[in-house]
Design a protein around this ligand. Sequence first.
Ligand code: C2E
Ligand code: MG
Ligand code: MG
Length: 584
Amino acid sequence: MNNREDNAVGVAEGLGCGLGRQDGLESALTGAIFNAAVDSMLVINAHGIVQALNQATVQTFGFAEDELLGKNISMLMPEPHARAHDGYLHDYCAGGERKVIGIGREVTGRRKDGSCFALHLSVGEFQLDGQRLFVGICHDISDRRKFTEHITFLAAHDTLTGCVNRHRFLQALDLGMQACKGAGRQLAVLFIDLDGFKQINDHHGHGIGDLVLKQAAERFQKSLRDTDMLGRVGGDEFVASLLLDGEANRAEEIAERLIASLDEPFVIGGFCLLVRASIGISIYPGHCESADGLMNEADIAMYQAKVDGGNSICLFSQALREKSEQTYRVVSRLRKALELEQFELHYQLQVDLQTLQPSGMEALLRWRDGSRGLIAPGQFIPIALKYGLMPTIGQWVIRQACADNARLIAEGLLDVTMAVNICAPMFSGADFVPLVRKTLSDSGLPANRLEIEITEDIAMSSSVQVMQNAQELRAHGVLLAMDDFGVGFSSLGRLKSLRFNKLKIDRSFVSGLPGNASDQSIIHAILGIARGMQMHTVAEGIETQEQLAYLQAEGCSQGQGFLFARPIPLVELTDVLRARKLRG
Ligand code: C2E
Ligand code: MG
Ligand code: MG
């Protein structure tokens, strides 16, 4: 036994532990506390040499008692820590100057198997037989540290994909921009929005949608470098920041790589799903100085990539900003349009194709803007939808249309159904059916004189509320029509379960008649399906006698188009109907 080991035994004995000699009550008590403590306790001398240890130390660090006694404390610390900042106990003893006793701090410990863990260490100093000694009390806090790390991770990451969240992305981007500024370097932000993701969510449910997002994030991550950062900032919106390092085209190249990473369909839950992406790019330094602004520029460019048809890349430019500011101006004018009573409904008659008598009419929205005159729905409804204004506008539409139809019926001018176009956010809301009921009762319009037109994307949505609303409307006696049939995704099963009263055949199939063979086949097939499911059919956009003759011969029940009537305001329609009534 060398001198140090000899000394260690002496200390252990002095403490009434280790080899177990007990001199008096105090020593017995100290020994009992030492050995029964749940926390690891180690006594070391001023050179960092272990003099005594308790049972909990053996359990915590995995070393046997005799493997530690007489050895340097640094063997319980990971190498770099032992030498640097974490060698607290060692430091403390070796320096001998620091007199802070009992104050603890978090350090890293090392087990015999080499694994590291977090522990809380407090140190006490005492004298034994004239020797200066230190007792270190170590509490294993690895579970607490893991929990804290997990909470910290959650605060900065998206749990589904593991990508950083918007807040962390912006923080890191800000730092990146500052670093670039000083060093004369460039970075790019890519704003990535998945095309067609909403349909996947609607058709296959959120579970499958989530898996698509997760796998898309993995594919994106693989297309990036370790130094690039990927974040998820919204449902199907991702962002990436890239250091350009003098490679002028790197942003476009990476964007193309990200788009190409989606070429392969996702095979999930037995489905083969194709998703595309639209990507906007902004470059720093450029037009703006803030991280938020840089991301906003990439977002504006992404929106343009969508407008260009999707599955494409667009680089931000000042012209794009002007265009987007123009959109914002439209949005703020649209917000005021209801208040200023600038919306109007125009009504287009539908006719029975055998008798050519009115069989219904459709309410079509117009915006009479102070400076620009009459604006068609195609120019403002997509913006109103994007900015969440459509449900409010839609409420006005349905109330006005029902009130006008009730008046036409009451005046004995026309007694047909009024078709009203309803957008997805409105039709999938829990308050839609109550709104319809209230509107009918306020206007006095019979339920079977109101027809709700929805498009295929709404009909095919997996939303339970959509199914429920359709059922409740039918039970109430309101009619249901599928608009623009044939241009979207449709499932015959869903057509059957929603039990539409009418299929409106999209104008794009009518315009090629009677010559276009594909349109002929499509019309023939749609009419066959509708007949089999006892649904009426309305051909949209009939403009010529030839189209009319063809559709009559094919057995289409109703038609709508400029050949019969254009959409006109209520006053004009009333005049037409009065004149018709006078003619008898
Ligand atoms: P839609 O519901 O399919 O309405 C028929 C559209 O075809 C109308 O365009 C109508 O003017 C046009 N049309 C009718 N016959 C002919 C024809 O013979 N030839 C041609 N070239 N066009 C014809 P409009 O009024 O511009 O409306 C466009 C779309 O805007 C509507 O298509 C509908 O999807 C939407 N929309 C209109 N009003 C509303 C509304 O109040 N709410 C919602 N959510 N959407 C609306
Ligand atoms: Mg319609
Ligand atoms: Mg239509």
